[in-house]
Design a protein around this ligand. Sequence first.
Ligand code: 5GP
Length: 178
Amino acid sequence: MKIKDLEFKKFIPADKIEKRIASLAKQINKDYADRTPLFLPVLNGSFMFTSDLLKDIELLCRVSFVKISSYAGTNSTGQFKTLIGHDESLFGLDILIVEDIVDTGLTLQKIMEDLKDRGAKSVEAIALFRKKDAREKSIEVKYVGFELEDEFILGYGLDYDGLGRNYRDVYKTLTSTQ
Ligand code: 5GP
């Protein structure tokens, strides 16, 4: 499949994603059994993941979408813009940030710091994908769906230059060795 200048091939099929999400949800249901967490999905990339994950969450919980813009094309710029979308007080809440993918981990680190400063009782992260860089830097992500190397992926909410978010499967870029 070609999108703009890049060739992509199928990487993780929808049924595998679905199964992995069900098992993440099971773990979260267990860990938060006595709490009423606030799920804070980071738009845009996490919309599909959030929708599927929350259908498997059996807890009494809140959901509030936030947005941030720090990324363009296939390389992280490392820039951070303000977290927008949550006006209500976060004081004393158990927050679960829902991210599509953690690459350098810069975005997640800043969000976590911001939420702790606002008086959240606990802040943990759920990411469907985590890349090598974040793993090596020991960026704390309590719940990870799939560990990746350095590949650029798209589909299942993730885009390339705004395109491809709608695919139910995940694709990765072809490199010269593939
Ligand atoms: P970080 O701050 O961890 O470097 O970047 C996280 C954000 O970069 C993600 O929320 C996502 O928007 C974007 N990103 C990082 N890696 C990829 C990738 O492989 N594919 C896509 N589509 N976006 C990515």
